[in-house]
Design a protein around this ligand. Structure first.
Ligand SMILES: [Zn+2]
Length: 374
């Protein structure tokens, strides 16, 4: 019932509309038209004003044919750079780019799948609950659209986010993340005339970092220092080094422990170098999510996958997405793979048949949600 050619055509159309974060105005207009054609009532929230972007989140209410709890279908409209002027190349089942931009399958594959499923529901007159389609803005720059989503405009509290790669997987767990920013201060002095008066911030930072556990900490936890800069000239003892990094974990206690470890490495190093000091900041980027396999949304997804003969496995992912935020804000959502591959690179590609597979599972989720297996 999913029409592969129509799905492909819509996807190709969407990837050729530029939509970098904060610049989702044109694609939002296009999707509002598409959704209205399908009989949905479309509105925008004020998230665009909050993030200084062209548009807010798009919320489309598709009326149900049965009286059942509304279902949420969510994908994000923005793409990463280089993502302007995308020229998709079709090679049989595969769609890739010409190598100069990302494809934008992250997350226009999700958007196209949602649209195709709603279209099939409407044209075939399939029984379905009210559907709230939410197309968010600014996912790629800190999940800002989901953070600012106006909950008063969304009836559904359960559903699917379409924003991960492998088809056949539904991501139910994702780590929480902390961003880390450190400033190590030493004392400047002429490196040749009076080195005794200086305290090298570079040396203090090196001392701290050399003893720090980084990379893969355990099965649940990772940490990285990704940027370092400081110093003024080769003949000046450096008085300041700035370091930025992150820590992630599926387990909040382990996350806190890793952040504390990183903090204490800097504190110990400054204690070993009199005259130096450190300012260490850790901020919450997003919180972890963990949906149980027995949660109602997972029972729905599992039943749908069985029904259409496309078995699905629940898994954990390494990054954060709108689902992390929505689960914190009172929704119960899991993240379904769409087929996007090698995302955030100019080698990004996908298979149309993977999008079709994800759409078929989704269609069954919608139908089963009309009569949930509780
Ligand atoms: Zn994405």
């Amino acid at each position: 019932m999913i029409q592969p050619d129509r799905l492909r055509a819509h996807f190709l159309e969407l990837v050729q509309i530029d939509s970098l974060s904060r610049k989702e105005g044109r694609i939002a207009e296009k999707l509002a038209r598409d959704m209205r054609e399908l009989g949905a009532a479309v509105e925008f929230d004020a998230a665009g004003t909050a993030v200084d972007g062209e548009t807010g989140n798009l919320i489309a209410h598709v009326p149900g044919t049965v009286d059942a709890p509304a279902l949420l279908l969510c994908a994000h409209m923005d793409t990463v750079t280089p993502g302007e002027g995308v020229r998709p190349v079709v090679e049989g089942d595969v769609i890739r780019t010409d190598g100069t931009t990302v494809l934008g399958g992250d997350d226009k594959s999700g958007v196209a799948i949602v649209c195709e499923c709603v279209r099939v529901c409407r044209e075939r007159g399939l029984p379905h609950p009210p559907i709230d389609v939410v197309f968010t803005i600014c996912e790629e720059i800190g999940l800002l659209g989901a953070r600012h989503l106006d909950l008063g405009l969304v009836r559904a509290r359960r559903g699917l986010v379409f924003d991960s790669d492998a088809v056949g997987f539904v991501f139910t767990r994702a780590p929480g993340s902390r961003s880390i920013s450190v400033v190590v201060t030493g004392r400047a002095a002429h490196a040749g005339m009076a080195p005794e008066r200086g305290v090298s911030a570079i040396q203090v930072a090196a001392d701290a970092i050399s003893g720090m556990r980084l990379g893969r900490i355990d099965a649940e936890t990772t940490a990285n220092l990704g940027r370092i800069e400081g110093g003024r000239a080769t003949n000046i003892i450096p008085d300041e080094v700035r370091i930025r990094g992150e820590a992630r974990s599926h387990d909040l206690q382990r996350l806190d422990a890793q952040v504390e470890h990183m903090r204490s490495c800097f504190a110990a190093a400054t204690a070993r170098h009199p005259g130096s000091s450190v300012r260490f900041e850790a901020n919450v980027e997003y919180e972890a999510m963990a949906i149980d396999d027995s949660a109602p949304i997972m029972r729905l997804v599992t039943a749908a996958a069985e029904r259409c003969g496309r078995p699905i496995t629940s898994a954990g992912m390494g990054g954060g997405c709108d689902a992390n935020i929505l689960n914190r804000r009172g929704f119960e959502v899991v993240n379904l793979g769409t087929g996007m591959r090698d995302i955030h690179t100019t080698a990004e590609w996908l298979r149309v048949s993977d999008m079709v597979a994800a759409a078929e599972v989704t269609l069954d989720v919608i139908e089963l949600a009309a009569d949930p297996p509780d």
